[in-house]
Design a protein around this ligand. Structure first.
Ligand SMILES: *Cc1c(COP(=O)(O)O)cnc(C)c1O
Length: 532
């Protein structure tokens, strides 16, 4: 081989050249800041045809600028959601403390599978998990957990522990044809379906309990369902409570669920199901737990204080969960993937543990330091812990309280504005969170009255078939009419989670994750609806 060419190659791609790297970085940074001059809708259009028909690999070794050029159009064509008019879904702009954290992580590229491959980055994971556990479970003694590639996988861990609780050894024997179910609410995230399917329980054995109007699981119906299941000898592996539903921020009463599952499992002498809290969206409310309402150091207005007070009451429920899913990449405004799965009591990880002989090339692994002995994944990125610890300590608890309170405040402002329009109906008025779901019907209709008739099952099929599409038609009309420079981009859901009499209810949706969104932008949403 040509030694000189080889040396050039190695020196370009494996030796540190800080000026060359920082130059490209500053070019990318200036491209990102240029984005702020454009509106959310003005992306470069996609070219999927060529992505498949014309795969690409250079023949000759190049340099770092070739790497830059190869990805640049796709980088430029991707919206970072920094624009404060983005309100479509549970995605916000990533914060810059997180950016520092994840960049540092990428420079070392640790693999969290065992601490030999990651040294202090593994320690950082323990620190990040323990910090989040203390926010969530409050005074907890022995929590443990890991970062995963997303809320779906974190939910999978919770369900898997439940499966092993009710069918010990399932890791080895499989389900043995047993009748096993998992339970969640009708407003829960679709990842619960993914989990039931992939675990072998089967999506048809995931039972969805209807919710009340505030998108919380009906605990009376849970009680009745458990009675029916245990009577029939069915094993109930887990109940996945939702803490903050994705569309409407509904919060299940985890304390009540705890009491019910404990009482029922005792009555039938069976192991209690795993009580997992899917707090992918809602966990961030726990930043508000310690806010002093009487001293009110941030001088919040009375109405906002009331929202914080309500959040504090909800947060108490989390302490009753066995395990929890936290997506830091949602309300933590962290970088993807920063999802954490946390158990309240470390001993529960025994349900996931495999022996060293199952993981031969980690023969020197130690379960206390080496997550690979119980994780689903083998190689795991360190991005989550770096994002979390950099963000929590850069921004600080008080900073987080300001961000959280601001989200609640803007959501409430929109709810209040929409409530004054007769042809609108705020659907999740009773939830305490960062999202708003509502109807817009043609002017002249009384949205509240139509909604009440739907709930009381007084609408005829024809009436509902007429009203329902109007909600979407008006959404599409606003899309056509909107001025992308001033009109916020909203989301739409075909079923926001409350399904009275079995009807899926569609809704317009706004999510307040962007700290730069202003009152004027919120008021403009209501005005643009009045103009339709
Ligand atoms: C987003 C979400 C999930 C899935 O999380 P990913 O990180 O997208 O995999 C699960 N549950 C809820 C409630 C969510 O909002």
């Amino acid at each position: 081989m040509d030694r000189q060419k080889y040396q050039e190659l190695v020196s370009t791609f494996f030796e540190w050249d800080p000026p060359a790297i920082s130059q490209i970085f500053s070019e990318l940074l200036s491209a990102v800041s240029a984005e702020s001059a454009s509106t959310p809708a003005s992306l470069m259009s996609q070219n999927y045809e060529t992505a498949r028909a014309n795969p690409e690999i250079h023949v000759l070794p190049g340099n770092l600028k070739d790497a830059r050029d190869a990805i640049f159009p796709y980088f430029w064509g991707t919206d970072s959601w920094n624009n404060p008019l983005h309100l479509e879904n549970v995605r916000g702009p990533a914060n810059h403390a997180s950016l520092i954290g994840v960049l540092a992580c990428l420079l070392k590229n640790p693999n969290l599978c065992t601490d030999r491959y990651s040294q202090r980055s593994n320690e950082l994971e323990v620190k990040a998990i323990t910090t989040l556990a203390n926010l969530i479970f409050y005074h907890t003694n022995d929590p443990w957990g890991v970062f995963t590639i997303g809320g779906t996988i974190s939910n999978l861990y919770g369900a898997k522990i439940g499966l092993e609780r009710v069918l010990p050894g399932a890791m080895r024997t499989g389900l043995l044809g047993q009748s096993i179910v998992g339970i969640c609410s009708q407003a829960s995230h679709y990842s619960n379906q993914t989990v039931a399917g992939w675990l072998g329980i089967g999506t048809s054995n995931l039972l969805e309990i209807p919710t009340d109007e505030d998108l919380a699981m009906r605990v009376d119906l849970l009680d009745a369902k458990l009675e029916e299941l245990y009577q029939a000898g069915t094993k109930v592996a887990y109940v996945c409570a939702t803490f903050g539903t994705t569309d409407g921020f509904g919060i299940d009463d985890i304390e009540a669920i705890r009491h019910i599952i404990d009482a029922k499992s005792k009555k039938y002498s069976v192991p209690a199901p795993q009580l997992h809290a899917d707090a992918a969206v809602g966990w961030a409310l726990s930043m508000l737990t310690d806010y002093d309402l009487s001293k009110n150091p941030l001088q919040m207005e009375e109405q906002l204080l009331e929202l914080v007070r309500r959040a504090q009451v909800k947060n108490k429920g989390l302490r009753f969960a066995d395990s929890v899913t936290i997506d830091f990449h949602k309300m933590g405004r962290g970088h993807y993937p920063s999802s954490a799965f946390i158990v309240n009591r470390r001993e529960d990880l025994k349900y996931l543990a495999r022996t060293v002989s199952d993981t031969p090339y980690f023969s020197d692994a130690d379960a206390s330091r080496d997550p690979a002995l119980f994780t689903l994944e083998c190689s795991r990125p360190g991005l989550g812990p770096y994002s979390v610890i950099a963000s929590l300590n850069g921004i600080g608890l008080t900073g987080w309280q300001m961000l959280l309170a601001r989200s609640l405040e803007l959501a409430q402002r929109l709810k209040d504005k929409l409530a004054t329009l007769e042809h609108c109906k705020v659907l999740n008025a009773g939830t305490c969170g960062a999202t708003v779901n509502w109807w817009v019907l043609p002017k002249g209709r009384n949205a509240e009255e139509i909604y009440q008739r739907l709930v009381r099952n007084e609408l005829t099929q024809e009436q509902w078939a007429r009203y329902r599409p109007e909600i979407r038609q008006l959404f599409d009309k606003r899309l056509k009419m909107m001025d992308p420079a001033i009109d916020a981009r909203l989301g739409f859901t075909t079923s926001y989670g409350f399904c009275p009499n079995g009807y899926d209810i569609p809704a317009w949706k706004a999510v307040f994750f962007n700290p730069k969104t202003t009152e004027a932008m919120v008021d403009r949403i209501a005005d643009s609806i009045a103009e339709l």
